[in-house]
Design a protein around this ligand. Structure first.
Ligand SMILES: [Zn+2]
Ligand SMILES: [Zn+2]
Length: 198
């Protein structure tokens, strides 16, 4: 929660706030996000306007996730911008009427309010973080992913390949091996059976 009392209600008043806060749980998306309790560096500009406080800011934080192609852990830096209007509670009626004029706008914009001159940045931070994250994070722009035959990470081994010939050869060797084994297994047994019968 951030306090706006020092800002005052005179429209045009400005205040800059820099603060480091621990990241809440689940700040991010499934494949990448800010680790819980990691330091989130916030730089905010609070501007007093007629109906409330306009908050403009940036958030910086470490990101951890995994490459969607090769599953390698990766680290990035979050740099998210946001801007949000927090209305005074007594601006409620005015805000509602204005929003009711336009149904589409009403659906998109959910009004946030100051509570006892404080505002909660968390929902705004969450939205900003999710919007700034790559939906498909990769360890490197041209990550070749994993080998579809054996699952090896191709970025570690650029020359990695399986020749079609190799696979067939391996298959033939496998077949030849089992035939030989079969013959070896059968031969002594039939000999033994024969000698016992005699
Ligand atoms: Zn990768
Ligand atoms: Zn392979």
């Amino acid at each position: 929660m951030f306090d706006t009392r020092e800002l005052g209600r005179r429209p045009g008043a400005l205040k800059r706030v820099s603060r480091s806060v621990p990241a809440p749980a689940d700040l991010g998306i499934e494949v990448i996000g800010v680790p819980e309790n990691a330091a989130v560096e916030l730089d905010l500009r609070l501007e007093s306007v007629m109906e409330g406080v306009l908050v403009t800011g940036t958030a910086r934080a470490p990101l951890t996730g995994e490459c969607v192609r090769c599953l390698e852990p990766l680290e990035h830096e979050l740099d998210a911008d946001f801007q949000e209007m927090y209305s005074y509670p007594d601006a409620d009626a005015r805000g509602r009427i204005a929003a009711a004029d336009d149904d589409a706008e009403d659906d998109e914009e959910e009004l946030l309010f100051l509570e006892d001159d404080m505002f909660d940045l968390e929902p705004v931070l969450r939205d900003a973080v999710v919007l700034s994250l790559p939906l498909q994070p990769v360890c490197q722009e041209d990550c070749p992913g994993l080998c579809s035959d054996c699952g090896a990470r191709l970025a570690d081994d650029p020359d990695h390949h399986h020749d079609a010939v190799d696979i067939r050869w391996a298959a033939l060797q496998g077949l030849a091996g089992s035939d030989q084994d079969g013959e070896k297994d059968n031969a002594p047994r039939s000999d033994g059976d024969d000698s016992q019968e005699k």
